[in-house]
Each structure stands twice: as structure tokens, then as C-alpha cells.
Design a protein around this ligand. Sequence first.
Ligand SMILES: [Zn+2]
Length: 123
Amino acid sequence: MKKKDLNQLKKILIQQLSDLLGRSDCSLDGLNVTDNNISDLLDRASQISEREFSHHLCSREKLHMRKIERSLQDIEEGVYGLCEQCGEDISLKRLNARPTARYCIDCKTQLEKTEKLTGIDAN
Ligand SMILES: [Zn+2]
């Protein structure tokens, strides 16, 4: 993946995480997300979802936060955009539509068939 595309996706993920954090009724005044404080943001996100806001955030938001955190960690580790199932690149089009995607479209289609049976959201 091109560095430019990766940076763009990273921005989207950070924005989404920031939105989720900002939406919760909490003391995150002045939360200002930049590339420089991403680790701080991730720290806050994990603290928040673990403790203070466990009652404020619905489980769906928490789940989404977890996915974003994981994707951001993948970016830091340089493994973002690779399918967890087959190891192939996930298409940029798919990542733009769903930046937290962890599977390529082929594997996702396979997994969705399984999901329908198990009810697990593999994303
Ligand atoms: Zn795959």
C-alpha cells in the first residue's frame, strides 16, 4: 500500500475513534487528535472502554472502538491492510469503505456464510 493511502486511512480511523470518544458523555474536554498523540489517544480509548465508560457506551460502540484500536495498531506494526485469513492485500476500495476490515472480500464472503450460522461478526 502507498504511504499516502495508508496515511489517509489512518486519518479516517483516528477521526472515527475520536468521534466515538467524543460522543460518550465524558471528561475528554480538549481532546485534540493528531498524529503525534495517537498513542495517548489509544491509551485513553483502552482506559475508557475498560473503566469509566463501561456503562455509558453501548457494546456496539465499544466493539467498534476495539476494531479501530486494532487497525491503528496494525498500521503501527506495518501489517495493516493484509487479510488475516489468506495474507493477501485487502483492496483499497474495500478499506476506504471499511477501514477496520481485516479480511479480503473473498475471505469475508466465506466468513459471512459462517457468520450466518454462528452469528459472529468477523468484520
Ligand atoms: Zn483473504
